[in-house]
Design a protein around this ligand. Structure first.
Ligand code: F0G
Length: 467
C-alpha cells in the first residue's frame, strides 16, 4: 500500500542537544558538532497527511499476524511503517518481539493495585528485550557491509548481538566486565560465536574502551547509542498498545540502566500519541537499583540539570551502570509523560523477583526492580489503587539462576554484605528476614516414598499456617 512506502522513506537523524541534522552518523553515533546523541525523526509525520490513517495502519499490522512472511512474523518488522527504512534483503530476524502480556494477580495484591500486567520481554529469542533493538541495528550493520559488530555489555546486549551477528554472517566483538555478569549470559555469547573479551573493569570502563576502538577500527557499534537500536526497541510499546486494544494504561514501569529502553519506549509512546494511534500518554516511570542510581540522583538532586557518574554496585548485574549514555533522552520522556523515578534496595529487588516467580512468570533480577518500584510508587501515592499498570520485564528468569538459587537457599544476603555494604544490624537485615517466607530451598531426601509423603504433608501444614 502506498502509505507504507511514503512513511518508510522519510526518516532523518537529528542531534538531541544542538538539533544538527547530519545525513549520516559518524562511527560513534555522536553529533560531530557537539558530541551529544543522535535520534531519528520523521519529518513527513508533521504534515498530518491524509494518507496516514491510524485505523488503516492498525488493520495492516494485525493482518500481518497471519502472514507466512518472515518479516511479518517479527514483532519488530511488523510495525515497519514507524521505523526508518532498511531494505528487506538486509533484514536479520529471529522472529523477535511477539512477547506475552500477563496478568500478575499475586503481585497486584502485594503492590496494592487492582489491575497489574507484565509485558515479558524476556520471552524474546535470546531471552531479553535487547532482541527488538538488535534485529534492527544488526540489519543496519549488514546494510553498511560491516564485517564486525561490537558492543560493551552487562551480558544481555552481548548475547543478543552475538546471535544476530551470527545469523547475518558478521563477526562480533563483545566487551564485558570480568566476573560481573551472569554465566548464562556469558555462555550465550560464546555459543553464538562472539570474540568475547572479559575486561578487568566495570561496564562503564568497557564502554570507554569501545568508544576508542570504533574510532580506529571499522566495526559497527551496536550499543544503544546507536539510534537504530532505539527504533527497534520502540516496537515493544507499539505491540503493547495493540495488545491493550490501543487503550493506554495509566502507568508503564521500566528498569533503568544505560537508559536506552526507557528512551525507546517513551519515544514510541509520544510518536503514537502524535500520530493519533493512542489518545493519551501513560506515565512512564523508571526504577534504578540504589547502588546504581545515577539517574535517580540526577533527577532528585539536580532536577535533571546534570548527571554525576558513579561507581555502580548491585546484585542486579544487568543494571550495574554508573554513567548511563541515554540519560538525556530518558529525562525527556520522563518529563513528557509525567513519570517518576525511583530507587530500590537489593532486598526489595530480591523480594519482588520471588513474588514475580510466585505468579508463575519469573524474570531476572534487573526486571524485578519494576515491581519493587511500583510498591514504592503506591506508598508515595503516585500510583493509585484503581489505576492500570504495566511492568516491562526485561529478561528471562533463566538468565541468572545463581541469584535465584542463592535467594531460595537463604545465601543471597547470608554473608551480610549486599553489593559490598554490610547489612548487619540495619533495617535491611530485618527486611531480609521478612523475605524468608518467599524462600523455597530444595529438600534433599532419601529415595523413599514415605519421606516424600512426609515432605508433602509438612508443606501442606505450612501453607495452612501461612494462609
Ligand atoms: N534489564 C535488563 C535485563 C538489562 O539487561 C538491561 C540492560 C536493563 C534492564 C536496562 O536497560 O540499559 O536500556 O536502561 N542491559 C544492558 C546490557 C546494559 O549490556 O545488556 P537500559
Amino acid at each position: 500500500m502506498s502509505t507504507t512506502q511514503t512513511f518508510e522513506s522519510i526518516s532523518r537523524l537529528r542531534c538531541i542537544a544542538c538539533g544538527a541534522t547530519p545525513d549520516s552518523a559518524s562511527r560513534d553515533f555522536r553529533c560531530t558538532a557537539c558530541g551529544d546523541l543522535l535520534e531519528f525523526f520523521f519529518p513527513g509525520w508533521a504534515f498530518d497527511s491524509p494518507a496516514f490513517d491510524p485505523a488503516t495502519l492498525k488493520a495492516l499490522w494485525l493482518s500481518r499476524c497471519t502472514s507466512r512472511d518472515a518479516l511479518d512474523q517479527s514483532g519488530v518488522w511488523r510495525f515497519r511503517e514507524l521505523l526508518p527504512h532498511i531494505p528487506e534483503e538486509h533484514a536479520i530476524t529471529l522472529r523477535e518481539g511477539n512477547t506475552p502480556l500477563y496478568r500478575l494477580p499475586r503481585c497486584a495484591r502485594a503492590a496494592g493495585v487492582e489491575n497489574l500486567r507484565a509485558k515479558h520481554q524476556g520471552m524474546n529469542p535470546t531471552a531479553s528485550f535487547k532482541d527488538t533493538g538488535m534485529t534492527f541495528a544488526a540489519s543496519f550493520a549488514h546494510q553498511g557491509r560491516f564485517a564486525w559488530v561490537a558492543c560493551a555489555s552487562t551480558g544481555n546486549t552481548s548475547a543478543s548481538m552475538a546471535a544476530y551477528a551470527a545469523r547475518g554472517n558478521m563477526r562480533s566483538l563483545v566487551l564485558i566486565p570480568e566476573g560481573k555478569i551472569s554465566w548464562g549470559k556469558l555462555s550465550q555469547s560464546l555459543d553464538y560465536g562472539a570474540l568475547t573479551c572479559q575486561l578487568r573493569t566495570d561496564f562503564d570502563g568497557c564502554v570507554r574502551i569501545l568508544n576508542d576502538l570504533v574510532r580506529q577500527k571499522p566495526v559497527c557499534l551496536l550499543n544503544s547509542v546507536n539510534p537504530y537500536r532505539i527504533e527497534g526497541q520502540k516496537t515493544a510499546a507499539i505491540e503493547l498498545m495493540e495488545q491493550l486494544a490501543w487503550e493506554p494504561p495509566d502507568h508503564i514501569i521500566v528498569p533503568g540502566g544505560n537508559l536506552g529502553n526507557s528512551s525507546a519506549i517513551g519515544k514510541a509512546l509520544i510518536e503514537m500519541r502524535d500520530l493519533k494511534l493512542i489518545s493519551r500518554l501513560p506515565k512512564l516511570s523508571i526504577i534504578q537499583a540504589h547502588g546504581a542510581n545515577p539517574f535517580y540522583r540526577s533527577v532528585r538532586e539536580f532536577g535533571g540539570r546534570k548527571l554525576e557518574a558513579m561507581t555502580a554496585d548491585t546484585l542486579a548485574t544487568a543494571i550495574r551502570i554508573g554513567n548511563p549514555a541515554s540519560w538525556k533522552k530518558a529525562l525527556r520522556v520522563l518529563q513528557a509523560t509525567g513519570g517518576e523515578v525511583e530507587e530500590v534496595t537489593e532486598i526489595e529487588i530480591a523480594t519482588a523477583k520471588a513474588e514475580i516467580g510466585a505468579d508463575g512468570i519469573g524474570c531476572e533480577p534487573a526486571s524485578a526492580v519494576t515491581l519493587a518500584g511500583l510498591k514504592k510508587l503506591r506508598r508515595s501515592g503516585f500510583v493509585k489503587p484503581g489505576e492500570a499498570v504495566v511492568l516491562i520485564l526485561t529478561g528471562h528468569a533463566l538468565k541468572d539462576p545463581d541469584f535465584t538459587i542463592k535467594f531460595h537457599r537463604g545465601e543471597l544476603f547470608a554473608d551480610t554484605a549486599v553489593a559490598g555494604t554490610s547489612i548487619a544490624g540495619t533495617p535491611e537485615e530485618t527486611e531480609a528476614a521478612q523475605a524468608k517466607y518467599l524462600q523455597r530451598a530444595p529438600v534433599v531426601l532419601d529415595a523413599d516414598l514415605g519421606a516424600v509423603i512426609a515432605a508433602l504433608d509438612a508443606a501442606e501444614r505450612n501453607s495452612e499456617l501461612c494462609s
